[in-house]
Ligand binder design. Structure first.
Ligand SMILES: Cc1ncc(COP(=O)(O)O)c(C=O)c1O
Length: 391
């Protein structure tokens, strides 16, 4: 693939993270063993935890390494539900969350949880006032720091303060946002009294140039979270199992680099993204940017192509060497209409006519040019595809 515009799905592995992984993977020893080899592994693991904690804005003990975003979210939500206050039975779930969250909450609903939805506004934002209203008497709440499909950035500090005011434990899914938006766990918890409010935050390494298969759940020291996995007592007993020392080392390096580059990359990617959006609109005047035009992830262009089949656009761009995404899930090989686009108040047809183009560290002007050269023709043909499927 010559032109990669799907950084939100997974970002290219950083050479520094790969080097850190290779070096650490030759360290022999289980980090829980008491012999010298085990202690060497332990030292490297804890050093990685400390480095991660510095950039995540938390104490090292609050970093729980996981296998990625999905495990972090499952651990947080099952764990918060498992240690809820007696009598509290509601989970606050905004519309348009990632499937890892929606499906975990659905599993908890099957165990008796009552789901309290929070509608999104027309640009895909969780409004803090609507979120705060939903919190009354809730057992727990969860929210995206930024929407992974349409790219709209939410007010994490506002939601954290609302949860602290309501005394409701909050989990923040920062998988799409971290590294693009300043998010310090400590700062976000500034208003939390007695440990309630924001208690957990999910991150995935592969969205930042770390390897697939490692991530973190930041868990406040004072949080009450029942373990999802049972076995050893590793990581405060919150995540049993032999720890992945090499993965943690690579993840820490990726986190540090992402944070170090954030300010300059935000400026560069915002300019590149805006050129992409302007060029698409010029080539396809009917095209419409979804999500907030300003408060959006720097590398995210999420575009509605009225009347076109998103899957066909994807295929035609792929033929032109461009990797993109519709952003929504595939069930048995068939693209689902995007639940996020529907949550914006759009039709099911619109929810099948979107394309998500996401830029990142390796993105260049040449990649934007490749999309702009291909999109007009792809739109004409993908719109024909809809007429053909209708007839
Ligand atoms: C916002 C969000 N949450 C959770 C996930 C799941 O993360 P992972 O693929 O690391 O399990 C993703 C991945 O696309 C995401 O974008």
């Amino acid at each position: 693939m010559r032109f990669y515009l799907d950084h939100a799905a997974t970002a290219p592995l950083r050479a520094e993270a790969r080097d850190a992984w290779l070096e650490a993977s030759s360290v022999l020893g289980n980090a829980s063993s008491t012999h010298g080899a085990g202690q060497d592994a332990r030292r490297l693991l804890e050093e990685s935890r400390e480095r991660a904690a510095v950039v995540l804005g938390c104490d090292p003990i609050e970093v729980v390494f996981t296998s990625g975003g999905t495990e972090s979210i499952n651990t947080a939500l099952h764990g918060m539900w498992g240690s809820r206050e007696p009598g509290a039975g509601t989970i606050v779930l905004p519309d348009g969350e990632h499937h890892a969250t929606m499906d975990t909450v659905a599993a908890l609903a099957a165990e008796g949880a009552v789901v309290q939805a929070v509608p999104l506004d027309s640009v895909g934002r969780i409004r803090v006032d609507a979120f705060a209203d939903a919190l009354t008497g809730a057992a727990l709440a969860t929210a995206l720091a930024a929407n992974n499909e349409v790219g709209t950035i939410n007010d994490s500090a506002g939601m954290s303060a609302a949860a602290a005011d309501a005394g409701v434990p909050l989990h923040l899914d920062a998988v799409a946002a971290w590294g693009h938006v300043p998010l310090s766990f400590r700062d976000l918890r500034a208003d939390a009294a007695g440990g309630v409010g924001l208690v957990a935050m999910s991150i995935a390494g592969h969205k930042l140039g770390g390897p697939v298969g490692v991530g973190a759940l930041v868990v406040a020291r004072t949080a009450r979270i029942a373990p999802l996995l049972h076995g050893g007592a590793q990581q405060r007993g919150l995540r049993a199992g032999t720890q992945d020392v090499a993965g943690a080392a690579a993840f820490a390096v990726a986190l540090e680099l992402a944070e170090a580059e954030r300010a300059t990359e935000t400026v560069r990617l915002t300019a590149l993204r805006d050129r992409l959006i302007t060029g698409i609109r010029r080539a396809v005047p009917q095209a419409e940017l979804l999500g907030d035009p300003v408060e959006r992830l720097p590398g995210n262009a999420h575009v509605l192509f009225p009347g076109a089949v998103g899957e066909s656009l994807l295929f035609l761009l792929d033929m032109a060497g461009v990797a993109a995404s519709t952003g929504s899930a595939c069930q048995a090989g068939v693209a689902e209409p995007s639940h996020v686009v529907i949550a914006l108040g759009r039709s099911e047809q619109d929810a099948r006519s979107v394309l998500r183009l996401t830029l990142g560290r390796t993105s260049s002007d040449a990649e934007v040019d490749a999309v702009l050269a291909a999109i007009g023709d792809a739109y004409t043909r993908a719109s024909g595809a809809r007429s053909a499927t209708r007839s």
